[in-house]
Design a protein around this ligand. Sequence first.
Ligand SMILES: CC(C)(COP(=O)(O)OP(=O)(O)OC[C@H]1O[C@@H](n2cnc3c(N)ncnc32)[C@H](O)[C@@H]1OP(=O)(O)O)[C@@H](O)C(=O)NCCC(=O)NCCS
Length: 208
Amino acid sequence: MTISLTRLDPAGQDRAALIDFMTRNDFPFHVRVHPSAGDVEGAIGKGAYRDEDNDSFWIDHRELGRIGFLRFEDLSEGTPLFDLRLDGPFRGRGLGVPVLSAATAHVFSTMPSVNRFEGQTREDNIAMRTTFVRCGWLKEAHYREGWPVNGGAPLASTAYSILRRDWETGQTTTFDWDDLSAWHVSAQHDVAHPSHTETTKEEPHHGR
Ligand SMILES: CC(C)(COP(=O)(O)OP(=O)(O)OC[C@H]1O[C@@H](n2cnc3c(N)ncnc32)[C@H](O)[C@@H]1OP(=O)(O)O)[C@@H](O)C(=O)NCCC(=O)NCCS
């Protein structure tokens, strides 16, 4: 395996290295682009890197050494999410694909009760979205204006997942986005919503 995951101890021996990693990198597609040392210390104190829901790892590459950070989230919910951050010098080199593959293998091979593994990213994080697709993940949602942007208009959040059976077979399964048509209901995007017509109807009349 080219990639290995090394569990880190955020409140102990890895504390200084974790603060250093988070504060010397930019994360342009995260809500907090430049975390401060205080932000990271606060997150460590709250258990955001390791508690019953979260667990964090260094990403180690056989030839390149330590190339980034990975956190599993929502571990007590049954469907984990993740936060993947490559170190600046290792971005833009296609390393996201083997890293996400290793993260997926870690989840399905060490967490027997987990059937789905999920990830979300901002709509304009094309590198991450390409990485999802190249690893066999399926886009399942596009949450319009669901991603707050500091000082700007909100962007969409896109959601991807991989199922255990897809990982086992190497075949990505999909679903029918237009499944309502089986019930003879067709989507109508160009008509006023009932809520809109309702509001219009109830508008007070001004003047006589
Ligand atoms: C997101 C991340 C994991 C992606 O991994 P990566 O190895 O750096 O991905 P790459 O930059 O090699 O991009 C993958 C592909 O997307 C393409 N791509 C990236 N940005 C693009 C853009 N703006 N337009 C078109 N294509 C783009 C790349 O060209 C590449 O395709 P190629 O191999 O055919 O050239 C990594 O960049 C990272 O850690 N970024 C910072 C943290 C982050 O955003 N994490 C995601 C939140 S979960």
